[in-house]
Design a protein around this ligand. Structure first.
Ligand code: ZN
Length: 410
């Protein structure tokens, strides 16, 4: 067993240049959502199909979704199978082909977003880390096995999906709707992680953003009794709300980093232009990241109830406007098979004990958790996603492939 693993690892090492080339080829082809004036993933999927066909998977299926907004009318999803000794057990490695737009072009100082280059062991370009690195790692993990004539213990299914950056309706959600996923499938989504590759994400927090608009009465600052200071009411309300939320929802869960829900008063809008004006309006915002144990609607009710109390007490109007609300699904069980397998793979390949926990969320894994299929998010990344000068480290490209190959074979 150990001998075999060593052979696989050196084969993957030998593929380093080929992996680098393949990732650069993919970065060359933008795959941007129609919401951002892009043409979707079809061209990129064709490039990827060329790479996959050279390797020789046992079966490659398509599960494309129709989308009128792109010229091709198609959002492609590719599902490549490499059969194992046990074809009943399936290890899915799910990566996405789409990328976010380049953003401000002048901030790309190393290279242009879709003209990848290699510099100091890193591949620069849009989509290099998010999610090209893991996509190529998964492909070359299979390629190494194939080349060595090793049949994996379980069937490896590589899914390359569309539309992840815009909510996955035409990507992983489409696949799930077609009934392609079984309850006992082992799911890994390498689309998040930490620098050392020692963190396995099994849970995410719910997100709630809201705006608080407090309306009083503007007046000259020398006669405050004739007006109603919205700034004062707004501040008092915000501080009271801050206290209430922290006291009412204090639960800590050690799986999360940080372990508690966060309720932060953040953006405050400019009110009046002069020092001697009592503001008649005050606008501020809260960013809340809430443990999945709590009901977001219940929290929102608390926010509104306190606002009503302040309205009665002060005579001001307080309006709450929700800007973002996403409910986290139930966490993946930290003792599920895929979590334990991945822990063992990381331990064997890297010699480190991985921590299991929850962080930001917002990946394809959420859709599996929603249907009660355990899914983990793991990869080794510098967290360069969506930034200018995005890069992927070549060593991560190679070393994550070893973990994937190990996962398939032990
Ligand atoms: Zn991503």
């Amino acid at each position: 067993m150990l001998m075999q693993s060593q052979d696989i690892f050196s084969e993957i090492e030998n593929q380093k240049n080929e992996m680098t080339q393949a990732l650069m080829e993919l970065i060359h082809v933008p795959a941007i959502a129609p919401q951002n004036d892009g043409e979707g993933e079809l061209k990129k999927s064709e490039k990827l199909m060329q790479i996959l066909n050279r390797i020789g998977f046992d079966k490659i299926d398509r599960c494309d979704a129709e989308d009128e907004r792109v010229q091709s009318k198609v959002r492609p999803n590719i599902i490549a199978h490499y059969y194992g000794e046990n074809t009943e057990e399936r290890l899915w490695i799910i990566t996405h082909m789409d990328v976010v737009p380049q953003g401000e072009e002048s901030m790309w100082t190393v290279t242009k977003p879709f003209e990848p280059i290699v510099k100091e062991g890193r591949i620069y370009g849009r989509g290099s880390e998010d999610n090209g690195q893991s996509l190529i790692s998964s492909v070359f993990a299979v390629k190494a096995l194939k080349k060595l004539g090793i049949k994996p213990k379980r069937t490896v299914v590589l899914a390359f999906v569309a539309d992840e950056e815009q909510g996955s309706t035409y990507g992983i959600q489409h696949l799930i709707k077609q009934g392609l996923i079984r309850k006992d499938d082992l799911i890994i989504v390498p689309d998040g992680g930490k620098e050392k590759g020692d963190f396995i994400e099994v849970a995410e927090k719910s997100v709630l953003w809201f705006r608080i608009r407090t309306i009083g009465k503007q007046i000259h600052a020398s006669r405050p009794e004739k007006g109603l200071n919205a700034n004062r009411v707004g501040m008092e309300y915000a501080l009271a709300l801050d206290k209430l939320l922290h006291e009412k929802y204090p639960l800590r869960d050690k799986y999360f980093d940080p372990p508690e829900s966060t309720f932060e008063p953040t953006k405050k809008e400019t009110n009046v232009d002069a020092v001697n004006i009592v503001p008649g309006e005050d606008v501020m915002h809260f960013d809340c990241r809430v443990l999945p144990n709590y009901d977001i609607e219940e929290i929102l009710t608390s926010v509104k109830k306190l606002a009503e109390q302040f309205e009665k007490k002060t005579g001001a109007k307080i309006k709450i406007e929700v800007l973002q609300k996403s409910v986290a699904p139930k966490p993946t069980d930290a003792n599920s098979k895929i979590v334990n397998m991945l822990k063992e793979a990381i331990k064997t390949v890297r010699g480190v004990d991985a921590k299991v926990g929850g962080i930001g969320g917002g990946t394809c894994a959420a859709f599996f958790r929603k249907i009660d299929v355990p899914a983990v998010v793991w990869s080794t990344i510098d967290e360069m996603a969506h930034q200018p000068n995005e890069y992927a480290r070549i060593e991560n490209l190679v070393n994550d492939a070893k973990v994937f190959a190990f996962l398939a074979t032990f």
